[in-house]
Design a binder for this molecule. Structure first.
Ligand code: ADP
Length: 607
């Protein structure tokens, strides 16, 4: 049957295009459009081939959609119509379609190669029109006569080319839709991944927060435990060390003297241990505040060494201190901490050396216009340290080996504390050693240079000074623990004072109301109103009266926070138990000077 370009063909193409423009199921639209156009063109079969060019290969063609009239055998499942290479089997088709031309004709009149391809499908006449999509060849739409070979008029072919344009547009839309769907799917996967990452991150943050809370709680518990333990242990030690001090100051006969000395030395070792553990944990938790003061480094070093000289002499060791001339006489640094590091290193040097010398060398290098680096080297001729232990000894509880601990004792905390302190003061500490020959520990820290007129910190020695004649004061002791009261009383009596005592805060308030005192030594932890509360009440009572009672707090809680709280409550000073004679004497002298300063100022103001 011929194929005229009549109105029914036009209506069919229009119907097909309408279907192709419909949103929704693309395959169903294609299928519907092929049927519509097939019927209108009065053909037996209409189909679409898609073409693509695999990388590095020739273009291949595959049948994708097909409509057949009733009674015509479909070819959609024909494997021969998949991945066909027209360039090989019928090159004319490839060339025509590629240049945009249709392939039209009666099969019996075609080349043999083309007939071999078309006859097995029962095709008598064919029109194949190229489909272009997005400007490139995307496939073709084919129209077959299988019952009777019809003629194709040029106008009919033109209409079919217009229909092919519709198929091309639909295929381009499909490609865009697929890309969009794929992008959407990828986006959804990424969004889900993002949600998952966010879930993981949130739960990690939550875990970290909980871990931080647990760590903070543990650290808090540790600090409280240490503060309480240190307080509980220092209080009885106060009695032990203080009373042996008293006994020894009365020059008792032997063996009482030697027993008392032994008790005192054990007490001091125990106190040292408590201090070391407390110190270490305080530094570790970042609770150490440096207190830089202006000090003479020569005096500070020789006073630190003085305490160790006896132990060195007993072992026949020479202890030498060399301070280079270039070291300024006054430097600004936390001199107590400097002495602590030096004492620990020289103490170790003496401990681990049996013969020879211990030498301390102090030098400086300039850092900038107002800072120097202070270098201190402590060398000895002692047992030395194996190379593999050199780093370990700076770790907390790190000792060179078990035999060292068995023979020399010690906690293994000294170097860890020293290293932390050095780092805190902008420096560090290192060790070099030759086993059996000796060791050198070198530490450096930053120190400020200061002008010549700044006061130098005094470093007094330890004796019970008779102060009362030179520094007369009326002193009140307030403490609920009888041993502490007794000890302080005896110490002050030795200094020439006649202190009054109160056993609790209320009694202190009563006594101070009845009698004039110059200085109150106030225990902090007492039943009823504690030392701080008592101080606050005393200060309230004094308000506006112009009288200024000196109040020094006494506590076994050596933390800076405790000292600060005491000062905040209105105290003038703070001493840590066990009370050291030198500290007490210094507090008395200071109080006397301050009271007289006040008196002088008051007199001056009156005049
Ligand atoms: P302690 O001396 O209390 O054990 P330290 O932290 O001060 O703790 O020292 C740790 C270890 O380092 C010592 O146990 C010892 O093994 C080693 N050590 C420190 N100084 C010396 C030294 N001068 N000579 C030999 N070994 C030393």
């Amino acid at each position: 049957m011929d194929h005229p370009p009549d109105a029914s063909l036009l209506a069919g193409i229009a119907g097909a295009l309408r279907l192709l423009l419909q949103p929704g199921d693309f395959d169903a639209s294609m299928q519907g459009a092929l049927a519509e156009i097939g019927r209108a063109a009065r053909v037996d079969r209409v189909y679409i081939f898609e073409c693509n060019t695999p990388e590095g290969g020739a273009m291949v063609w595959s049948q994708k959609y097909e409509w057949t009239a009733d009674g015509i055998e479909p070819q959609i499942d024909n494997p021969a119509l998949q991945n066909m290479c027209f360039a090989e089997i019928c090159p004319r088709w490839q060339a025509e379609l590629e240049t945009g031309l249709p392939v039209v004709g009666v099969v019996a009149e075609l080349d043999e190669a083309e007939r071999i391809l078309l006859e097995p499908q029962g095709i008598l006449s064919i029109a194949a029109v190229p489909i272009r999509s997005g400007g490139i060849l995307a496939g073709m739409v084919g129209f077959d006569d299988c019952r009777e070979a019809g003629n194709w008029m040029p106008q009919t072919i033109q209409l079919l080319e217009a229909a092919a344009g519709g198929f091309g547009g639909a295929m381009a839309r499909k490609v865009a839709d697929d890309a969009l769907r794929e992008a959407h799917a990828i986006l959804q996967i990424q969004a889900e991944e993002l949600r998952e990452h966010r879930r993981v991150a949130t739960s990690l943050i939550e875990e970290a927060r909980q871990a931080e809370q647990r760590a903070a709680a543990a650290s808090e518990a540790k600090s409280t435990f240490l503060a309480v333990m240190s307080h509980e242990m220092r209080t009885p030690l106060n009695g032990i060390i203080g009373f042996t001090d008293l006994i020894l100051s009365e020059s008792p006969p032997d063996p009482i003297a030697s027993h008392a000395a032994a008790i005192q030395s054990s007490g001091r070792i125990l106190l040292g241990l408590i201090n070391e553990v407390l110190d270490f944990s305080r530094i570790e938790s970042g609770n150490v505040e440096l207190e830089p003061v202006v000090a003479d480094i020569r005096e500070a070093a020789s006073s630190a060494l003085a305490g160790l000289r006896r132990a060195a002499e007993r072992k026949g060791l020479v202890v030498e201190l060399i301070v280079e001339d270039s070291v300024p006489h006054q430097l600004r640094l936390d001199v107590t901490r400097y002495q602590q590091i030096l004492l620990n290193l020289v103490g170790n040097a003496v401990k681990f050396t049996d013969r020879g010398a211990v030498c301390v060398l102090i030098a400086v290098t300039r850092l900038d216009s107002d800072t120097v680096t202070l270098h201190t080297a402590v060398s000895d001729d002692g047992i030395g340290i194996e190379p593999d232990a050199l780093e370990r000894i700076f770790e907390p509880f790190g000792q060179a080996d078990v035999s060292v601990h068995r023979r020399y004792g010690g906690t293994g905390l000294g170097l860890a504390i020293s290293r932390n302190l050095c780092r805190l003061m902008g420096g560090d500490i290192t060790a070099a050693s030759r086993p059996g020959r000796g060791s050198t520990f070198t530490f450096r820290l930053a120190a400020g240079i200061c002008s010549a007129d700044t006061a130098i910190v005094a470093l007094p020695g330890r004796v019970i000074p008779a102060l009362a004649a030179e520094y007369p004061l009326n002193i009140l002791i307030v403490d609920d623990v009888p041993t502490n009261r007794q000890l302080l009383c005896r110490l002050l009596e030795k200094m020439g004072y006649s202190p009054a005592v109160a056993t609790h805060g209320e009694e202190a308030l009563e006594l101070t109301a009845a009698r004039a005192f110059d200085l109150v030594l106030m225990d902090i932890l007492m039943p009823g109103i504690d030392g701080r509360e008592t101080t606050q009440r005393l200060r309230q009572r004094e308000a506006g009266k112009g009288r200024w009672l000196r109040i020094i707090g006494l506590s076994a809680d050596a933390t800076p926070e405790n000292a600060r709280r005491c000062l905040d409550s209105g105290m003038d000073g703070f001493l840590t138990k066990p009370i050291q004679i030198d500290d007490l004497a210094a507090a008395i002298r200071r109080s006397h000077a301050e009271i007289n300063g006040v008196e002088l100022r008051r007199t001056g103001a009156a005049g």
